[in-house]
Design a protein around this ligand. Structure first.
Ligand code: B12
Ligand code: SF4
Ligand code: SF4
Length: 378
């Protein structure tokens, strides 16, 4: 016999914060919401669940045999720690990815899967999959409530939870949605550096820094300063969330803080082998380096007074190397980063590149950087 109660015990013993069960029926209104948000330009460049909203809102389209969705939440604070204060030439990885927090979640889902299989039920673990809007399942299963940041929260860990599910043909007892909500709190909305939470529960992904660190293309100029020293993900709206703050202290300081010059020195194979848990846009590590160039410009500009002349010279030399690259993506972001670092040496590097640059798009970036450096120097 398999029961919701028994599965809850297994999940908690495996390290989950909670488990809930909901029917494998369609999530009312979710496909429409995805479609409307995409039409309104709120989906940004990411596809995932937006590829096929009807499928993502109804697991039976992918698993016709499904009866129940077992949803678990995986807490990762305080274990994921804190990247600590910024320093020149260091960048930051969001807590969920500083170390692979999905590993524990996947382990817990496998334990649940094995238990169901032993009892002769079908079971399909599913995490971060285009075929399910994880949060819709979590909210209906009562694992947490929908926060205004669009995160699913629980009272113990706030938003510091990953979500995962096991789809099964076992007809299990359902759990009820939680009655709690954010109440009058709105702390995440002003905490977002780019104003990406455009209404309670509605994220404009085209403004979200987490989105840009995981997308291809050119990072819009107006978002680059706000990226700060982030190279992967963003935790700002999570860190501002009062229900999650009691779960934050007590972890290690330092995970997620990386040396940007070392990062930029790795070749493609080295980057992919070191950051195996990153979603790499189009599987092209050049986009991770693009993030690091922006972060290097910001980190150096912000911590400039703490940097020695040698450190500044080394940073500018690395950026100048990327400015000489045949890859336009590097030249655009290096041009911006050199402008952000500023100073007389930066001005000379930009001037030199303006003499040889053949691409209009990069030339415009160089001119804008030159203007910023000149106005700061005058
Ligand atoms: C695409 C995606 C992103 C995109 C877009 C996020 C987004 N909000 O849409 C980007 C790259 C920006 C992103 C960022 C992050 N993500 Co993400 N992401 C996903 C993914 C793959 C799909 C999400 C999706 O379909 N969104 C579609 C939109 C329409 O859904 P929604 O925002 O939840 O909108 C719903 C609410 O508005 C809701 N709603 C309905 N009624 C009501 C009522 C009220 C009062 C409210 C408030 C809302 C509400 O209706 C909408 C439709 O269901 C999921 C994995 C998956 N397969 O589900 C992970 C997932 C959502 N991401 C996750 C995480 C951890 C993050 C980050 C924290 C990572 C980081 N540190 O950088 C950030 C957080 C940013 C944020 N504030 O949301 C977790 C969230 C866990 C949790 N506790 O909620 C998920 C579930 C992955 C996982 N397996 O755990 N992510
Ligand atoms: S993840 Fe960062 S950029 Fe995205 S909504 Fe939250 S605070 Fe804003
Ligand atoms: S910061 Fe406040 S409003 Fe935002 S998700 Fe957390 S509890 Fe809800």
């Amino acid at each position: 016999m398999v029961s919701t109660q028994q599965l809850t015990k297994i999940a908690i013993a495996s390290g989950c914060a909670g488990l809930g069960v909901t029917a494998a029926t369609e999530f009312a209104g979710v496909a429409d919401t995805l479609q409307r948000r995409e039409e309104a330009g709120l989906a940004g460049k990411l596809r995932f669940t937006y590829k096929d909203p009807a499928r993502a809102a109804d697991v039976r389209r992918s698993f016709p045999w499904a009866e129940s969705i077992i949803v678990v939440s995986w807490p990762y604070m305080p274990a994921a720690g804190d990247p600590g204060p910024g320093t020149p030439a260091t960048g930051r990885i969001a807590r969920f990815a500083a170390e692979d927090q999905y590993r524990g979640l996947r382990g817990a889902l496998s334990t649940i899967e094995e238990h169901l299989l032993t009892e002769d039920w079908r079971a399909m673990p599913i995490v971060d999959d285009d075929r399910l809007v994880d949060r819709a399942a979590a909210v209906r299963a009562g694992v947490g409530w929908w926060g205004k940041s669009s995160m699913v929260l629980d009272p113990r860990f706030g938003p510091w939870l990953l979500l995962g599910s096991v789809i099964t043909d076992a007809l299990l007892d359902r759990t009820e949605p939680v009655s709690r909500d954010c109440g009058t709190c709105t702390a995440c909305i002003p905490a977002c550096p780019t104003g990406a939470i455009v209404e309670p529960g509605v994220l404009d992904a085209s403004l979200c820094l987490a989105h840009w660190t995981q997308s291809g293309g050119v990072i819009p100029r107006h978002l680059r300063s706000a990226m700060g020293d982030r190279i992967y993900g963003c935790d700002e709206c999570l860190a501002a969330c009062p229900p999650g703050q009691k779960a934050m202290p007590g972890g290690p300081v330092g995970p997620g803080r990386i040396d940007l010059l070392q990062f930029l020195a790795l070749d493609d194979a080295g980057l992919l082998a070191t950051y195996t848990n990153f979603y790499v846009p189009k599987n092209k590590p050049r986009f991770l380096r693009r993030n690091a160039l922006v972060a290097l410009g910001n980190a150096t500009a912000t911590a400039r007074t703490g940097a020695t002349e040698e450190e500044l010279a080394e940073t500018l030399a690395v950026l100048a190397g990327y400015l000489g690259s045949p890859d336009e993506i590097y030249r655009i972001h290096a041009a911006w980063a050199i402008g952000r670092v500023g100073g007389a040496v930066a001005a000379r590097i930009i001037e030199h590149q303006l003499d040889v640059e053949k691409t209009d798009r990069v030339a415009v970036e160089l001119q804008l950087s030159m203007r910023e450096i000149s106005s700061a120097l005058s």
